[in-house]
Design a binder for this molecule. Structure first.
Ligand code: HEM
Length: 545
């Protein structure tokens, strides 16, 4: 019989190894915990944010809860509720969580922090950017300003970040804005006043359908002209099928696991490819109107982008279609879902609805009620309407604002190491009761829709005024700094005009239960968050005199 005591490995060794490893892990954790508390208490400048203690040496923090439900994690994890920056180690990479309103403001003030990698992920994984063009984007380290970043060797014509922002800003913030906004207003008025609803109550199985079809088509027509949707009637629907599967695309879920979404993306991609080819072959310089737009490309924006991409290396027809599809998706997703919420929030509170209708009707031009024509400037400056818009975004927009500094950056008293990813979440900022539930809003919980958080009584004019003063770093639905959303004015107009049209033209009663309106579990927050379920309503046309 074999004697077990003859084994070369002593019997007690495995237990020693286990105990020893546990001891080292615990010791590391305690040291990290100690240095975290120590650094937290120091107030001098030039300190790296404390590294959150982690037990597993190489792997660092494995945030299973984050991966399972990122929005819930941002709402509840102490990591996001520190009011000061902290560092995490995830595999070999350090990540800085920037938090505390002043630190978020300081992050926005930094110049030249790249966000291009986010666009890359979306373009390559979701919108099928071909490899050659993706490589040009990946290599562009020249930054978004006219003067390229020191040390960058990228050719001027390949500076995609810079060139695309110039053209984008011209459309959304510069001379293209007034014609774009005019087209948006008239398309929205036409589409929303013709919903198949008469003066009897009509049940609609999901109010969101109105937004995903009619309002989406109005928005696409305003940007790209009517030909895209006319030639491809399923385009608006396909955009939303892509949207509801966006994380699957980002994570590269294979086609057999995501068949319907892949089919929708193929169709949407082919639609843009076809529309671009049609616009390019039919365009003539004589078709350009006095504002620089033409009926083929819909606006000078897509025409100028076409020229810009043609000057770049590696951009064939497929690459151009991928970029345009990505832009069309991003100009619809957040704004349309927010427009849905602003409408729901007002229709479900009869007192608020009454007050909103009063403001809206004061902006209808005399005698122009069928369909209503608004004094848009006046409409956009109504205090309650602006407060309702701001509160809608506070409650329903959740996202991570990501930046990648190449070199060390100083944010107030913290030094952020170059090369670390910086992540700020709009969620704790928007949901902090210590900020939002004070003064006259003290009795209104942070989850309550309470637009008065943004209203002040002006004792000089004796009028209510809307104000965002003091909310810097706390109200950040559009991000901030040089990467702040360029579509914010477009979104404001789209939201407030939607609300004005809906409350003027229709009565609407919500039939949905609270659960359908809740945030869906497992939400990856990428901006405006859709409701969990369908939102049935009954609607009827109002008799507008
Ligand atoms: C309620 C509606 C919207 C919300 C909540 C929203 C939110 C955002 C946020 C958070 C960012 C990133 C900002 C940052 O990193 O600091 C962003 C970027 C962007 N948004 Fe919006 N957005 C909205 C509507 C729109 C619309 C309507 C358009 C176009 C018509 C648009 C076009 C863009 C573009 C092109 C960028 C990239 C800017 C850059 O990287 O420089 N957005 N948006």
């Amino acid at each position: 019989m074999e004697n077990s005591s003859a084994s070369p490995i002593p019997r007690f060794l495995p237990s020693y190894l286990v105990v020893g490893t546990l001891f080292v892990v615990l010791l590391r954790y305690l040291i990290a915990r100690y240095s975290y508390d120590d650094i937290r208490e120091k107030t001098e400048r030039d300190h790296r944010p404390p590294l959150l203690p982690h037990a597993i040496p190489l792997l660092g923090h494995i945030l299973f809860d984050f991966l399972r439900d990122p929005l819930q994690f941002a709402l509840t994890s102490p990591i996001f509720w520190q009011r000061q920056p902290v560092r995490l180690k995830a595999l070999f990479q350090e990540v800085c969580i920037i938090q505390g309103a002043q630190n978020i403001v300081a992050l926005f003030k930094q110049r030249g922090l790249s966000t291009r990698f986010i666009h890359h992920i979306f373009l390559s994984n979701v919108f099928l950017l071909p490899n050659e063009a993706a490589e040009i984007c990946r290599r562009d380290d020249s930054g978004e300003y006219f003067k390229p970043r020191a040390g960058s060797t990228v050719h001027h014509h390949n500076r995609i970040d810079f060139h695309s922002r110039v053209i984008q800003n011209r459309l959304l913030l510069g001379p293209g804005q007034s014609a774009l906004f005019g087209r948006l207003s008239s398309n929205m008025t036409k589409r929303l006043s013709c919903l198949p609803i008469n003066t009897d109550w009509t049940e609609i199985s999901d109010l969101m359908d109105v937004f995903k079809s009619d309002l989406t088509a109005a928005t696409i027509d305003a940007l790209a002209g009517p030909a895209l949707v006319q030639r491809h009637p399923s385009f608006a629907r396909d955009i939303w099928l892509i949207d509801s599967n966006i994380t699957g695309f980002i994570l590269k879920k294979p086609r057999f696991m995501n068949f319907q979404a892949h089919e929708a993306r193929d169709r949407a991609f082919q639609a843009v490819l076809d529309w671009r080819s049609w616009a390019s072959s039919n365009f003539t310089p004589e078709a350009v109107d006095e504002e620089g737009n033409d009926p083929f490309w819909g606006s000078s924006f897509f025409r100028e982008r076409d020229k810009m991409f043609s000057n770049m290396d590696g951009f064939n027809a497929a690459a151009k279609a991928s970029e345009d599809l990505s832009f069309i998706w991003s100009s619809n997703t957040n704004g349309i879902i927010a427009s849905f919420w602003i409408t729901v929030e007002v229709f479900r509170d009869s007192e608020l609805l009454h007050a909103v209708r009063e403001e809206v009707s004061s902006c209808i031009r005399d005698g122009e009620v069928r369909p209503p024509s608004f004094d848009i400037y006046k409409l956009m400056h109504q205090p309650l309407l602006q407060a309702v818009f701001a509160e809608t975004l506070r409650l329903h927009v959740h996202g991570f604002l990501v930046r990648h500094p190449h070199e060390d950056r100083v944010l107030n008293r913290w030094t952020i190491p170059g090369g670390d990813w910086c992540i700020a979440s709009s969620t704790p900022a928007a949901m902090d009761p210590e900020f939002w539930c004070t003064g006259e809003s003290a009795s209104h919980g942070v989850n309550e829709f309470w637009p008065a958080r943004f209203l002040r009584w002006d004792s000089v004019t004796n009028k209510l005024t809307f104000s965002l003063a003091g909310t810097e770093g706390s109200w950040v639905p559009f991000g901030g700094g040089s990467h702040v959303c360029p579509g914010r004015f477009f979104a404001k107009r789209q939201n407030i005009l939607t609300l004005a049209l809906m409350v003027t033209l229709y009565d609407c009663e919500l039939l949905a239960d609270q659960e359908s309106l809740d945030v869906p579990p497992g939400t990856y927050p990428l901006g405006s968050v859709s409701p969990r379920g369908k939102v049935p309503v009954k609607m009827r046309r109002r008799i507008v005199v």
